[in-house]
Design a protein around this ligand. Sequence first.
Ligand SMILES: *Cc1c(COP(=O)(O)O)cnc(C)c1O
Length: 401
Amino acid sequence: MIPRVPLPPDARLDTLAVREGLPAGPWGENSEALFLTSCFVHPDAETAARRFANEEDAFVYSRFSNPNVTIMERRLAALEGTTGCIGTGSGMGAIVLMVMGLLKAGDHVICSQSVFGSTIKLLQGEFGKFGLESSFVSQTDVREWQAAMRPNTRLLFAETPTNPMTEVCDIQALADIAHDGGALLAVDNCLCSPALQQPVKFGADIVMHSGTKFLDGQGRVNAGALCAPVEMVETKFVPVMRSAGMSLSPFNAWVVAKGLETLSIRVLAQSDRTLALARWLESHPAVERVYHPGLSSHPQHELAMRQQNGQGGAVLAFNIKGGREQAFAVVDATRICSIAANFGDTRTIITHPASTTHGRLTEAQRQAAGIGQNMIRLGVGLEDVEDLKADLARGLDALVA
Ligand SMILES: *Cc1c(COP(=O)(O)O)cnc(C)c1O
């Protein structure tokens, strides 16, 4: 067995976020060391044989086992409340691993039509080539999910809230539909992170992450993970990782593990700033509509507050009165916000989804997802909220001047 940190069994989440991982090495380092090694040395040939045959737990080769990756996996599993976790090179890599580990040609997956653009491309396009069947349904209408169920449905995949519309789905209701039909529910928890939402509490079987977002939290690395029961991780995901190698680099795992230590205070502070900005945007005459689950005007406000620990999260979107040209003008008038396509960073990021993150979708797919040319997304960071308002006001005020 790879030894565990000797923590009290009743240690709470904030303690686990800082302390869970591996015990210190022989030098007693307080902060985790970096294990930049592609392979590990065995004491003798017999031991090496046992370890390669999976008869003894040990670090072997960093494509599928490395101490930094294990530290990140244990810490994230503790936060999500799952018994297992497997790190991947990116969030998309985590979805590839999940599909390869759980599904085969002829199986059917149901997914919200409002999920991350690349997720739709991956399931429908890339995996469609290998015979995976997929249906895309309304994020919020549970009856559409129920109606899409087929005898060969093996997986329901939801993202809540969605990016960029912040539509919230009822995790418990989808888990019930999945389980009644003998399928699993996987939830992409990127937008909330376990600091705000733990999908397994509402019946989800698998939690998928892009560590690139809030888990790193400072915009440095790409990373991903699947949190799931340890038996599923060991029997379904580890063998695929060994063959397919969508591995998380030890350095990136180290960055994410350190990021997890400050996750909850960051996300709570960012969520507060986001709500303040959302309320301010709602009152601005150049703004047509604001999407943020913390607003009482949000269609799933109450569900979101129940599922997300009373928090709206740190991503919002808004429609301006106008089209692409006016949206670009608001984006271009900012001096603090970074014009980029990410969120979950300490630096506020401003994005025009229709031409960037969702640019590869067809116009029809974008319409179905509700992403117009007049939409702007903000991944709110930790700058002073008054400075952020002034940054947005520069472009918005000009539209109504
Ligand atoms: C970014 C993102 C992904 C993909 O993660 P990468 O780490 O960029 O591969 C998946 N889902 C959501 C909701 C995301 O925001």
